[in-house]
Each structure stands twice: as structure tokens, then as C-alpha cells.
Design a protein around this ligand. Structure first.
Ligand code: HEC
Ligand code: HEC
Length: 445
């Protein structure tokens, strides 16, 4: 009897355990009821295209013979952090492009001697872009680097001053001559006046025009090589693999457990929206989440500010830039320059900006070309409404997403955050460069 009762109790216990197991399983099943995995083959190919491992190695830059020379990158790093490259001795590229903020500054607009016209973008991964600046008004990293140096709101120095610094600082001179050959004698200050620069005030301009064409050419060559060294440095700043990339790897490996470890349900749904209903990959595609193209997305200007013409003005500017691809400063004798020759500038590009990468969102607020938006939630609300553009035509349509869906998209965007793959020695001021900068760049908004 007691044996039978014992067995009975045991079987009852077993069925209870069975019931509990079924309930737990059902709870698990329903919790993932809106998990639409597995992905279709087409979707898997889209995920693969967004994966950081799909990023091809950076193509060589024949317009810059030192583009991949580590000695040039080292010189470029010093120049990038050196405040002597400015009119007042206080501004370096790193004043606005701060490594600890993913090479941005946390401000609405760049702030140095004056205020920049736009928001400071991250330069991580920018070496992949055929166009530089929000409006693409430069067509190489090296020609871009020259503009802030003479911009009255940014470094506000003179071309001759920079070239003289390279010629007189023993460290710079040695590094420079090792890369580009000997620097001619520039010590005659009436022949090479320090105020001389073509984009300065009338005094600097007059001094520049008073120099002989040969002397101006001499100065231009050294100035351009400053840009080429800085570009060699910037080519090293690259984003690293994020949790999203680990998730894609798990999808490609068909490893369900790893997929669940990497992404929760909201992130998964957010990704599904990103490549699906929300249509973000129309523009934010490829492993850096940008098509490098120009689009008008109806971003509103600040009250009182004239709407930004964007790409239409950028095309004009790059075509007339004396350091563009077609100039004599391009080291590539073939000078194909198809990008520049055939750059579109139709009415659809009025108010259009270059699509930014979405791998640099963490710590780089405020966002958009004028820093109009502080949070990704604000950005998603903007895309959801798709307001009329103040200038040109907003290409996007209202998305009609629910609040929950917007939250899921926002959660997904966070999964793209990751440290740079660039070794840390490149992410700090070189030892011999003014330590003052570190305190300067520390201050926020
Ligand atoms: C006063 C702040 C400031 C300083 C100093 C500054 N920049 Fe910038 N930088 C900006 C702003 C603002 C933009 C965007 C301007 C625009 O698009 O019109 C920008 C854009 C860029 C871009 C284009 C990035 C992209 O993705 O298109 C690069 C590269 C860059 N800067 C490098 C440099 C270098 C190199 C220096 C030093 C020689 C420098 N910057 C100095 C504020 C600054
Ligand atoms: C038609 C092309 C296009 C589509 C579609 C699009 N974007 Fe953008 N995105 C852009 C452009 C261009 C900018 C910069 C706009 C500006 O500053 O004027 C931008 C800016 C952003 C920024 C700010 C990045 C920064 O560093 O400032 C985020 C975040 C963003 N988009 C996310 C998304 C998401 C999420 C979607 C889908 C809901 C989406 N975008 C759809 C082109 C697009």
C-alpha cells in the first residue's frame, strides 16, 4: 500500500513538474511571439551588407602619396593636436574634434575664434567618404584639412605662418623633409611675410598678392603637404565592431543562442523596422550606415537663421576650390576625378546634406548639420512626421510608426555603439605636444 501511495505521489509530482515546464515554455514562447526570426535570405543579405566585417579595406588615395605612410600619420597627429597652428595659439583641430568625444565637441556648432556655421561632425570612418563636410564642399581629406586653418572662425591663421612653423620647428622640419624633400630658405620676411594668406583680411591678402607667383607656389606646396600629413593621420580613425555586428555574425552563423544573447526583443524589432517599414537603409546603408550621398530630410533651421542651401552650394564650392582633384596638387598624374567632373547639382540637392554614419551616435550629440537635435528620440520623431522642408523638398515620407516602434528603433540604434579599432596611441595628444590642450578640450558646451 505504502509503496503504491509513494509511486502515486511521485507520479503526481512528475506531472506537476511537467505542467510547470509547459507553463514556463509557453511563457517563453509567447514572450517571443513578436520575434519574427528567422530572417529571410534577402534580409540576411541586407544584414550582411551592414556588418562591419563587410567594410572593404580603405582604398589607396593616389592623390596623396603619403596617405598610408606611418611617418606622415605621425606628423599629421602632431599637427592635429598642435595649437600653434592658429592665429591666437590656442586652437588645434582637436579643440573641436576631441578624441574622447569621438572627435566631436558636444556643441551645437563648432566654437573656436568665432563660431562655425555648422555642427562639428565625427571624423571616425570619414576617410571612406568621397566628399567632405555636410555639403561635400571638399573632395579629399587633405584639401579639407586646409580650410579650417585659414577660416576666420576656426584656426584663423595665415598660410605663411603655418609654413614657417614647419620650416622653423626642428622636429617638424626633420619629419617634413624626410617625407617631402628639403624646405627652401624662407627666412627673408619681406619676401615671405608672415601675414600672407589668400583668404585673410585685406592686409594679409595684399601681402599674399605682393609675393611672386613662384614664391606663392612654394608656400602652397608646403601648405598642401601639411594637409596630406593630417589626412594620413585621419585615415587611421576607424569604428570598431559593435553589439549589432556580433548579432549579425550570430545570424550568419545560424547560431540562435548567440543571437538571443546579443539582441533583446526590442532591439530585434528595431532592426527589423530599420531595414523594413522605417526605410532607414534607403540612405543609411553599407557597413558605415551611409550611402555618402546628399539628401534633403527636411531638417528645420533655427529661428532667424536662413535655411542652409546644402549640396547645391557645396558643388559650386568644390568646383572652384584651388586644391580640388583637378588641381596641380593632386599627386595622381592620371587625375580621373570622375566624382568631381560628374557631380550632380540638380534642384533635388537644394538643402541636401551628406548622410552621416550612424556608427558615431554615442557621445556625439547634438546631431544634424546645425546641431538642431539633441537626442535620437527627437530625430526619430522628426522622421515619423517628415515635415515640409524650409528649402527644397523633403525626400522622406511620414512613417506613421507607433510610440512603441519608435522606442524599438531608438533601442536598436544604441546597439551600434562601439569603441574605435584605432590603437589608443593615436587617440591622444603626442607626448611632445602642448599639454595645455588637454585642459582646454575638457570643457563642454
Ligand atoms: C571650430 C571648430 C573646428 C576646428 C578647429 C576644426 N574643425 Fe573640422 N569641422 C568643424 C565643423 C563645424 C565641421 C562641419 C562644417 C561643415 O560641414 O560645413 C567640420 C568638418 C570637418 C571634417 C569633415 C568630416 C566629414 O565627415 O565630412 C573633417 C575631416 C575635419 N573637420 C577635420 C578637421 C581638421 C583636420 C582640423 C584642423 C586642421 C579641423 N577639422 C578643425 C569644426 C572644426
Ligand atoms: C532620404 C535619406 C535618409 C533616410 C531615409 C533616413 N536618413 Fe537619417 N539622415 C539623412 C541625412 C541626409 C541626415 C543629415 C541631415 C541634416 O543634418 O540635414 C541624416 C541624419 C540622421 C541622424 C543624425 C546623425 C548625426 O550624427 O547627426 C540619425 C540618427 C539618423 N539620420 C537616423 C535615421 C533613421 C533611424 C532613419 C530611419 C527612420 C533615417 N535616418 C532615415 C538621410 C536619411
Amino acid at each position: 500500500m505504502s509503496l503504491a501511495r509513494g509511486l502515486n505521489r511521485r507520479s503526481r509530482r512528475a506531472s506537476l513538474i511537467g505542467l510547470v515546464a509547459v507553463v514556463v515554455w509557453a511563457a517563453w514562447w509567447f514572450s517571443r511571439a513578436d520575434d519574427p526570426s528567422p530572417w529571410t535570405e534577402t534580409e540576411i543579405e541586407i544584414l550582411r551588407s551592414l556588418w562591419i566585417s563587410s567594410l572593404p579595406p580603405l582604398a589607396p588615395d593616389p592623390s596623396n602619396t603619403v596617405a598610408d605612410d606611418p611617418r606622415a600619420a605621425k606628423l599629421g597627429q602632431q599637427l592635429f593636436f598642435d595649437q600653434r597652428l592658429s592665429g591666437n595659439g590656442l586652437i588645434a583641430c582637436a579643440t573641436c574634434h576631441q578624441p574622447q568625444r569621438r572627435f566631436t565637441d558636444g556643441r551645437v556648432k563648432g566654437q573656436a575664434i568665432g563660431t562655425s556655421k555648422r555642427n562639428t561632425p565625427s571624423i571616425v570612418g570619414t576617410a571612406y567618404s568621397p566628399w567632405l563636410y555636410w555639403d561635400g564642399r571638399r573632395d579629399s581629406l587633405w584639401s579639407q584639412a586646409l580650410s579650417p586653418l585659414e577660416d576666420p572662425n576656426e584656426h584663423n591663421g595665415t598660410r605663411m605662418q603655418y609654413v614657417r612653423l614647419i620650416a622653423t620647428d626642428p622636429g617638424y622640419r626633420t619629419a617634413y623633409e624626410g617625407l617631402f624633400g628639403s624646405i627652401p630658405d624662407l627666412s627673408n620676411r619681406s619676401r615671405f611675410p608672415s601675414v600672407a594668406t589668400p583668404v585673410g583680411d585685406s592686409r594679409s591678402n595684399t601681402a599674399w598678392l605682393a609675393m611672386t607667383a613662384e614664391d606663392r607656389e612654394l608656400v602652397n606646396k608646403i601648405f598642401v603637404n601639411i594637409g596630406k600629413s593630417i589626412a594620413a593621420y585621419e585615415r587611421l580613425l576607424m569604428p570598431g565592431p559593435s553589439r549589432f555586428d556580433a548579432y549579425v555574425k550570430a545570424v550568419l552563423d545560424r547560431n540562435v543562442k548567440a543571437q538571443q544573447e546579443m539582441f533583446n526583443n526590442d532591439e530585434l524589432m528595431g532592426l527589423r523596422l530599420f531595414i523594413g517599414k522605417a526605410n532607414c537603409t534607403q540612405c543609411h546603408n553599407g557597413p558605415l550606415f551611409t550611402n555618402y550621398e546628399f539628401h534633403n530630410t527636411g531638417i528645420i533651421s533655427f529661428p532667424g537663421e536662413v535655411p542652409d542651401k546644402g549640396r547645391v552650394a557645396g558643388v559650386r564650392s568644390v568646383r572652384s576650390n584651388p586644391f580640388n582633384c583637378l588641381s596641380a596638387y593632386n599627386d595622381d598624374s592620371a587625375k580621373d576625378c570622375a566624382e568631381l567632373r560628374f557631380a550632380r547639382n540638380g534642384p533635388e540637392l537644394i538643402g541636401a546634406m551628406r548622410t552621416p554614419s550612424l556608427r558615431n551616435l554615442e557621445g556625439t550629440s547634438p546631431y544634424m548639420h546645425k546641431g538642431q537635435m539633441a537626442t535620437t528620440a527627437e530625430i526619430l520623431d522628426h522622421y515619423n512626421r517628415a515635415p515640409l522642408a524650409m528649402i527644397g523638398h523633403n525626400e522622406t515620407k511620414p512613417l506613421k510608426l507607433s510610440r512603441r516602434e519608435l522606442k524599438q528603433l531608438e533601442t536598436f540604434l544604441k546597439s551600434l555603439a562601439a569603441p574605435l579599432v584605432t590603437p589608443t596611441k593615436w587617440l591622444e595628444p603626442p607626448a611632445n605636444i602642448n599639454a595645455r590642450l588637454v585642459t582646454l578640450v575638457g570643457s563642454a558646451r
